[in-house]
Write a protein that binds this ligand. Structure first.
Ligand code: FAD
Ligand code: NAD
Length: 459
């Protein structure tokens, strides 16, 4: 079968590439090995984790509604209902991608795809193999959970994020290895639902890539909520014991627990793609090497999303999908890697875009810093979420915004303004002079921008 474009993988990278290419008039096929579309993000990542974060947050909040003047009795956790709600959200969204494919007349093949060289793709379908030919091929096969390095454990003793999104019983004691995105989000879910949660982290801080001041504040707040952290702890083994599992680590006492979740990053998924034979090169970390046009070392083969370098985030994969397809069709397409936001959906949320203070210091960039705490924001007080602050870093000479870091209520939504400001090359004064509705959490951004020039009004 001949197509203008064959996309391998239907995650946020692959499905967005397929839809955009169809919009631009290409005859598109998408090869996906799982029966549902949407990839890690929709099936076992962003969406199910946010569904459980929401359910668990409401459960926790319901127990303290008295301070809002709302009396509730008999608050209880109905885990099967929470899991069912999560599954329904996943099912409706993945079905939605199916409808979008139908609307855009994208041909869908279910099976494992592999490159066969010279514009050819072989799809391993139930009952046989199908051969496809495409003028262009985009590899968007995503990533898989990284195994715990150097840890020997019996099969089934260590869970990954997919397991931890579907526990049918609340763990008594969950040990999470890794204080990154997944460790903090899923650790928070199960803590809220009643588990004791201990987070082991290899480094001496949580969220190693985040602004240090923000990460330190986050650790203190999460500790207050009941998460236990053991930093500088390297797990050496997990064995079965009478309580379930015994986790041994360097730099920390052994821990008895009933669940162990490994959340130590993800690795690119290039399994069974036949990359070598097709002439597609990878870097030392196993990610497919691409140039600024997302071209691999094989002519006509492109790669996007988690399978190439950069942050493993759904919106990064989507933006690369758009840029890659637009490059193919129009000759122009671009991703600004300096303005890709990152959000951790805990409470408070943590969101950032641009450079951290540590990065600016290392690059010897002179900057000014404006900080505004949510406790001085009227809306945050009304919401009952006053923890955290907004920090804006601006170039000392030009006042251009170089980085924005937020820990606080709805930080993930607030960061969008910072992204737009940075995309348009705004100065902190530009942000400060924009009219922000009152009373909103967004006013904290305006005040932090004013604070860069030491003229915040409410703090
Ligand atoms: P994927 O979504 O991994 O999709 C790849 C697809 O390719 C899969 O459907 C796979 O089945 C298919 N595939 C693989 N090999 C083949 C083959 N040979 N043939 C055919 N099909 C194949 N990111 C965020 O931005 N926000 C979040 O809140 C967030 N939360 C997350 C929570 C968790 C628990 C996890 C695990 C991840 C989370 N992420 C989040 C990361 C996000 O899911 C990924 O960055 C994103 O899904 C990457 O998109 P992708 O299209 O590159 O790959
Ligand atoms: P991560 O890279 O965010 O965090 C991994 C953590 O594990 C790091 O702090 C690292 O220092 C630590 N670590 C690594 N090896 C260790 C070891 N042997 N012992 C102890 N600690 C160790 O990775 P993740 O949390 O597994 O998530 C994977 C990726 O998925 C993320 O990087 C992110 O790109 C994506 N994700 C994003 C979101 C979001 O956007 N909200 C949510 C979940 C996942």
């Amino acid at each position: 079968m001949n197509h203008d474009l064959i996309v391998i993988g239907a995650g946020p990278g692959g499905y967005v590439a397929a839809i955009r290419a169809a919009q631009l008039g290409l005859n598109v096929a998408c090869v996906e090995k799982t029966p549902a579309l949407g990839g890690t993000c929709l099936q076992v990542g962003c969406i199910p984790s946010k569904a459980l974060l929401e359910s668990s947050a409401l459960f926790e909040q319901a127990k303290s509604l008295g301070e809002f003047g709302v009396r509730v009795r008999d608050v209880a956790c109905d885990l099967p209902a929470m899991l069912q709600r999560k599954n329904q959200i996943v099912a409706s969204l993945t079905a939605g991608i199916g409808s979008l494919f139908a609307k855009h007349k994208i041909t869908r093949y279910q099976g494992g795809g592999r490159l066969a060289g010279g514009g050819r793709v072989v799809v391993a379908e139930t009952g046989g193999e199908r051969r496809l030919e495409g003028k262009h091929i985009i590899v968007a096969t995503g990533s898989l959970p990284a195994p715990l390095p150097g840890v020997s454990a019996d099969a089934g003793l260590i869970d990954n994020s997919t397991d931890a999104l579907a526990y049918d019983r609340i763990p008594e004691h969950l040990v999470v290895v890794g204080a990154g995105y997944i460790g903090l989000e899923l650790g928070t879910v199960w803590r809220r639902l009643g588990a004791k949660v201990t987070v082991l982290e290899y480094f001496d801080r949580i969220l190693p890539g985040a602004d240090a001041e923000i990460a330190d504040e986050a650790r203190k707040l999460f500790q207050k909520q009941g998460l236990e952290f053991r930093l500088k702890a390297r797990v050496t083994g997990v064995v079965r014991d009478d309580q379930g599992r015994l986790v041994t680590c360097e730099g920390s006492e052994p821990i008895h627990c009933d669940r162990v979740l490994a959340a130590v990053g993800r690795v690119p998924n290039t399994r069974n793609l036949n990359l070598d034979a097709a002439g597609v090169a990878c870097d030392a970390t196993g990610r497919i090497t691409v140039n600024a046009r997302f071209e691999t070392s094989a002519v006509g083969v492109y790669a996007i999303g988690d399978v190439i370098a950069g942050p493993m985030l759904a919106h990064k994969a989507e933006d690369e999908a758009m840029a890659c397809v637009e490059q193919i069709v129009t000759g122009y397409g671009h991703v600004n890697y300096n303005t890709i936001p990152g959000v951790v959906y805990t409470e408070p949320e943590i969101a950032a875009v641009g450079k951290t203070e540590e990065q600016l210091k290392e690059a010897a960039v002179n900057y000014r810093k404006g900080v505004f705490p949510f406790r001085a924001n009227g809306r945050a007080r009304a919401l009952g979420h006053t923890e955290g602050w907004v920090k804006i870093l601006a170039d000392s000479a030009t006042d251009r915004v170089l980085g924005v870091h937020i820990i606080g209520p709805r930080a993930g939504d607030l960061i969008a303004e910072a992204v737009a400001a940075m995309e348009f090359g705004a100065s902190s004064e530009d942000v400060a002079r924009c009219c922000h509705a009152h009373p909103t959490l967004a006013e904290a951004l305006k005040e932090a921008a004013l604070a860069v020039d030491r003229r915040a009004i409410h703090f």
